[in-house]
Design a protein around this ligand. Sequence first.
Ligand SMILES: NC(=O)c1ccc[n+]([C@@H]2O[C@H](COP(=O)([O-])OP(=O)(O)OC[C@H]3O[C@@H](n4cnc5c(N)ncnc54)[C@H](O)[C@@H]3O)[C@@H](O)[C@H]2O)c1
Ligand SMILES: CC(C)=CCC[C@@H](C)[C@H]1CC[C@H]2C3=C(CC[C@]12C)[C@@]1(C)CC[C@H](O)[C@@](C)(C(=O)O)[C@@H]1CC3
Length: 347
Amino acid sequence: MAASVKNKKCLVIGGCGFLGRHLCEGLLERGWTVNVFDIRSTFEDSRIKFFIGDLCKKEDLLPALEGVYCVFHCASPAPLSNNKALFYKVNYEGTRNVIEACKEAGVKRMVLTSSASVVYEGKGIRNGREEELPYAAKPLDYYTETKILQERTSLEANSDDFYTVAIRPHGIFGPRDLQLVPITVDMARKGKTKFIIGDGKNVVDFTYVGNVVHGHILAAEHIGPGSPANGKAYHITNDEPIFFWTFMTRLLTGLGYPAPRIHLPYSLLYVVALFLQFVAWIVSPLVIFTPSLSPMKVALAGTDHFYNCENAKRDLGYSPVFTLDQALKLTIESYPEMRNPEEKKGS
Ligand SMILES: NC(=O)c1ccc[n+]([C@@H]2O[C@H](COP(=O)([O-])OP(=O)(O)OC[C@H]3O[C@@H](n4cnc5c(N)ncnc54)[C@H](O)[C@@H]3O)[C@@H](O)[C@H]2O)c1
Ligand SMILES: CC(C)=CCC[C@@H](C)[C@H]1CC[C@H]2C3=C(CC[C@]12C)[C@@]1(C)CC[C@H](O)[C@@](C)(C(=O)O)[C@@H]1CC3
């Protein structure tokens, strides 16, 4: 049964990010008192108390944890960056630090933002269930490797004194998104979205940020003494698997760009991506460069990866609040600056 959280205080670690800020807005609407902890400041809100610091430093965290009922840990370095040391420092060592600081400060609950890709190795996953999928033995990138360490550490910390739960969203998109929409538009403006990787029939999840927020808040309201959610991981998706390239087409055409139309063989692109990754590794002692075509991105664009969220429905009472149609409309409308500048000239 969900606990009453009226005026309970929470701390959103990573609250100045894309998901974090939406989470703060959802928590405030739900009646929570919200503190934010982040290494940077990106917005102001008189209802929120901001703490600027590094989650890797306990002395930075402790003041922000005073009197906190639940921590939402949704901080991470940018997933598509290539800074292995930072991924390890923040996602693994930093998360261990967050757990220690929570226990020292007497915080009893933590909701971790994990990722559905902690079980993804580039092979198709169709309607994947949490209890049927082990952690990826060969993750396709280091970000995912550290997300596995992060989730495992967080769930292993679960006890009757400190309840933890991991939320595994997949392909989050929405207003103020920092990667999916901006990267797609950047590729479109460079003429790189005319290609379809593979046959275009791979089915995936894309999840609206409002639904991810809903899942996180339900998780915080449900963990606690005797809860089946304690120490568990839950997929949170839109529950509407869609062809990857149909989603991309709707996003691109909705923003005034042409739809992808030229098929390229998946295996060829994957081999090219592996070769570029090898070259980047060879030259790394001299120069750091991150190929835009990575094995992870090619695999995500060319294979099935969608997940079952029945466990979240059963244990958390989750069901998506926004449909994909509503979500795409809200997202496209929120990005006037991302529209194709050529469409105005043509009209
Ligand atoms: N965006 C997606 O598609 C997606 C999908 C699944 C899971 N996730 C997970 O959701 C979470 C949020 O992702 P996002 O897309 O909002 O990313 P984001 O980059 O927009 O936000 C992450 C925030 O964490 C903060 N941060 C990073 N290092 C920090 C540190 N050392 N100390 C304090 N704050 C620090 C950043 O400043 C940033 O504000 C991440 O854990 C990510 O792994 C994202
Ligand atoms: C037309 C084309 C190909 C456009 C490119 C779209 C590109 C940018 C876009 C398409 C798919 C999308 C994607 C992510 C980043 C942007 C990217 C790659 C990441 C990796 C963010 C981190 C999350 O943890 C993780 C792993 C998840 O949710 O599991 C996702 C998985 C899905």
